[in-house]
Design a protein around this ligand. Structure first.
Ligand SMILES: Nc1ncnc2c1ncn2[C@@H]1O[C@H](COP(=O)(O)OP(=O)(O)OP(=O)(O)O)[C@@H](O)[C@H]1O
Ligand SMILES: [Mg+2]
Length: 226
């Protein structure tokens, strides 16, 4: 299931007028594809992810997540769609300090009411996929920055999302560790078939992406809009 934005425009209140954060942006990310989004600070990258995540409603345009046109959804419907179809990874891992790596993942799935044993098995499978099977019992302060970001990514995949949205996951890491995280995202995208949109400021990471979209002042300048 894919992610599709069609002619999306988003403005924010700005003094007397409006600031255009996204200007007629169209893109399609098919399943199993990693699309990178680059562009200068303030060009609209995080706004693009917020719209795709249904956290912000655009002024105009269509946002279709895993076949569902989000325009028809109320707040509860959008929350349900986020729970079932979207995995979101922000810059800072936001892990809960008192929980182990395995528990961080299990909390997500308990929210969606799955049987405990399958939740535990799935958490271990995902920790293994991100190379942390042997760190499952560790709490965030016992993990490195890169390991915490791996837990964050595994957590986002817990409910088998069709669409994975990732905002600058490597900004707290050095280039080498950042590249390893992006390679991991590319592998998970392929193996799990997610439609992945990755915001990055590090052009060295773009080789892992199947496609790159460049934003400038809210519109796509380079890339292949749908
Ligand atoms: N909640 C908001 N209210 C008003 N303006 C906003 C809001 N969020 C973002 N903006 C403005 O919208 C524009 C795009 O911001 P956005 O956060 O999407 O940029 P970005 O490309 O993610 O930048 P960075 O690389 O610095 O994270 C900027 O001019 C920003 O100041
Ligand atoms: Mg941003």
């Amino acid at each position: 299931m894919s992610l599709e934005l069609d002619a999306v425009t988003l403005t924010y209140p700005d003094g007397e007028g409006r600031l255009t954060a996204l200007d007629d942006v169209s893109l399609t990310v098919p399943p199993g594809r990693l699309t990178a989004v680059v562009g200068p600070s303030g060009s609209g990258k995080s706004s693009l992810l917020a719209v795709a995540a249904t956290l912000v409603t655009p002024d105009r345009g269509r946002v279709v997540v895993a076949g569902t046109d989000t325009a028809g959804l109320d707040a509860a419907g959008r929350a349900a769609l986020r729970r079932t179809s979207l995995g979101i990874v922000f810059q800072q891992p936001n892990l809960l300090p008192s929980l182990t790596a395995a528990e961080q993942l299990q909390v997500m799935a308990h929210l969606s009411g799955r049987p405990p044993k399958s939740v535990r098995d799935r958490a271990m499978d995902l920790l293994d996929a991100v190379g942390l099977a042997d760190r499952a019992a560790r709490r965030p302060h016992q993990l490195s920055g890169g390991q915490r970001q791996r837990v964050n990514i595994a957590r986002a995949l817990m409910n088998e999302p069709s669409v994975l949205l990732v905002d600058e996951p490597t900004s707290a890491l050095d280039h080498e560790r950042g590249a390893a995280i992006v390679d991991l995202l590319a592998t998970l995208t392929r193996e799990r078939g997610t439609a992945t949109l990755l915001v990055t400021h590090d052009h060295g990471h773009l080789s892992a992406a199947a496609e790159t979209i460049t934003l400038q002042d809210g519109h796509v300048t380079i890339g292949t809009p749908a």
